[in-house]
Design a binder for this molecule. Structure first.
Ligand code: 9G3
Length: 569
């Protein structure tokens, strides 16, 4: 491709809302162009990368014997009403009406559509298992799109759905997708981890997220420094290290703590460590109020609290609700004297061993000292309700837990019969008995994968594409196309390299050399071949973008050098 004809609007400056490297670089290198907030066009260079990622995904999905289909983005509301999701989702679900005033959604995902295809197309165990997948645009009206295509309102996803006769079959389908994802992200040159994740509203047991490691990742990964344990912080189990404190319970004492509201103020004021205090946090879990107690030096994990009640919705109570339900101002909430109140009291397992702790007294400006759970108040349920912390023991091997941040680029779920039951997608088993199909669903963010690879592969000058998904393999630069020797050698090399089957971007623009080199570093193709003043001696300069390594090569050695060098990238 001649760069003089390529639509490649590189930018020197980027809009201020571009905060992270990949967003800035994808705009500056002319890969994407924002239409409106959270909605992007992929320009030629960017779309070549999307196509490469898509091709890798397609190859590995086909290798796992999944069957590619294409489902509509426009989905009738009736389908979403069958599964109850029409009502369950709020403004994030993009809805529209057609000319007959009928309601539709723009598909954020395709469980309903694919289950309706399975329901109508499969009725015998002989046709199972089957895995249907598509690579298609999804629509989710994110409240705050950010980070470029990483959190966009329209994005490209590969979504796959497996259908099996039983749980063992689902486990096999799930493993096949898990292995395919491992191959896909490896081939994309990504540094990733598969982490245990919370099944969320989807329900079902067992789900993993594939995380691209990155400091700008929105998710926190808890991993073990000794074994292969890795889990999303939402999910990571805390090992209960119950040990009696050995202290004797002192007499309860009400202390005046004027305007002392936070744990920090409390520990300072009373000269006590945070692990001698208890936080009392009021939540609304579905329709009931729950007071969650947690040690002062721990963080409450609201996903674990939601799962303790198998609830759909969980929200922190407002200050007003705290006053209404508990009759206590925020900052002085405590578990004492709530027997008559409409609230369930639960606690993290670490609270069980506490003796002579400090809690809010339930009235402004007072706390209780020498609280002992079980003596001074009842807890209806103890459980693992806190976030794991760095240094905690690994739940798998007892090693030490460390944190990393990640960008979720893939997610594999065991759905079970959540959709097939609601939509009556059944099959007849070998005894002619009607059963719901057992489903799994599997997503990869194609556009998000491109951005994650850029996050992991760039320097101060620009992008450094892994060879496998680079928009072109070679950047061929004629320093001065007006010079006869340079032009002749450049044109002949362009011809030869293209003939040899490499993808070449040939910078034939009448620009200054400095501009060409800056653009080449920004665009980040793996190998740059420069035709300059030494063309008359038949010499060219080769630069490997990743290492910066430069070498002078005789023009007639270029093809051999390329074969050798590219195979090692
Ligand atoms: C919605 C909206 C947003 C959503 C969903 C539904 C996420 C929704 C979860 C999934 C699960 C899997 C198949 C591919 C892999 C992920 N955001 N999810 O269901 F209506 Cl507005 O999409 N789907």
């Amino acid at each position: 491709m001649r760069q003089s004809s390529l639509l490649l609007p590189t930018l020197r400056e980027v809009p201020s809302e571009a905060e992270i490297a990949s967003h800035k670089l994808m705009l500056r290198a002319g890969l994407i162009k924002q239409l409106v907030s959270g909605v992007y066009s992929y320009l030629p260079l960017g779309y070549r990368v999307v196509r490469k990622v898509t091709q890798i995904v397609r190859e590995e999905m086909d290798r796992s014997e999944a069957q590619e289909i294409s489902m509509p983005a426009i989905q009738p509301a009736e389908l979403w009403q069958e599964t109850g999701r029409w009502e369950a989702y709020g403004p994030e679900l993009m809805r529209l009406k057609d000319r007959h005033d009928r309601s539709f959604v723009l598909g954020p995902t395709h469980e309903e559509v694919v289950t309706s295809i399975a329901r109508d197309g499969i009725n015998s165990y002989k046709k199972l298992p089957i895995n249907l997948y598509q690579i298609q645009t999804k629509y989710r009206d994110e409240v705050r799109p950010r980070f470029g295509v990483i959190r966009a309102r329209e994005f490209i996803m590969k979504d796959a759905y497996s259908f099996d006769v039983d749980r063992d079959g689902l486990d096999r389908s799930y493993q096949a997708m898990y292995d395919a994802y491992t191959r896909i992200f490896t081939r994309c040159g990504m540094d990733f981890r598969a982490v245990e994740a919370d099944a969320g509203a989807i329900g079902g047991k067992g789900t993993h997220e594939f995380m691209a490691l990155s400091d700008i990742g929105e998710d926190t990964i808890a991993y073990c420094n000794s074994c292969n344990y890795a889990a999303n912080l939402e999910k990571a189990d805390v090992v209960y290290q119950g040990q009696a404190s050995g202290e004797t319970s002192e007499t309860l004492e009400k202390v005046h703590t004027p305007a002392i509201k936070t744990i920090a103020q409390l520990t300072e004021f009373l000269g006590l460590p945070a692990e001698k205090t208890i936080k009392s946090l009021l939540f609304k879990v579905d329709q009931q109020y729950v007071l969650a107690l947690i040690r002062g030096d721990h963080e409450l994990n609201d996903i674990k609290l939601k799962n303790m009640f198998d609830a759909n919705v969980i929200d922190m109570a407002t200050e007003q609700e705290v006053m209404e339900v508990l009759g206590s101002p925020v900052g002085f909430v405590g578990p004492i004297g709530l027997q008559e109140k409409p609230v369930a009291i639960v606690a993290d397992q670490a609270v069980k061993d506490m003796v002579n702790a400090v809690v809010g007294a339930g009235v402004a400006d007072y706390h209780y000292k020498n609280i002992t759970p079980g003596r001074d108040f009842e807890v209806s349920q103890y459980g693992d309700l806190r976030n794991i912390q760095e240094g905690d023991p690994c739940p798998q091997c007892g090693g030490e837990i460390r944190f990393a941040r990640g960008i979720e680029v893939g997610h594999v779920f065991k759905l079970g019969t959540r959709y097939s039951e609601k939509m009556k997608a059944t099959f007849l088993d070998e005894n002619g008995k009607e059963k719901p199909m057992i489903m799994g669903c599997y997503g990869i963010g194609i556009s998000r994968t491109v951005a994650a690879v850029v996050e992991q592969n760039h320097d101060e000058n620009g992008i450094i594409w892994p060879l496998s998904i680079a928009p072109f393999h070679i950047h061929l630069i004629a320093v001065n196309p007006k010079n006869e020797d340079q032009l002749k050698l450049a044109e002949s090399l362009y011809e030869q390299i293209s003939q040899a089957g490499y993808e070449v971007l040939y910078d034939d623009r009448p620009e200054r050399a400095g501009v060409k080199f800056k653009d080449a570093d920004l665009i980040g193709l793996p190998l740059r071949i420069t035709i300059g003043a030494k063309a008359s001696d038949g010499l060219v300069e080769c630069k490997i973008r990743k290492s910066g390594e430069m070498q002078e090569i005789a023009a007639d050695q270029v093809l051999d050098y390329m074969k050798e060098t590219l195979s090692k990238l």
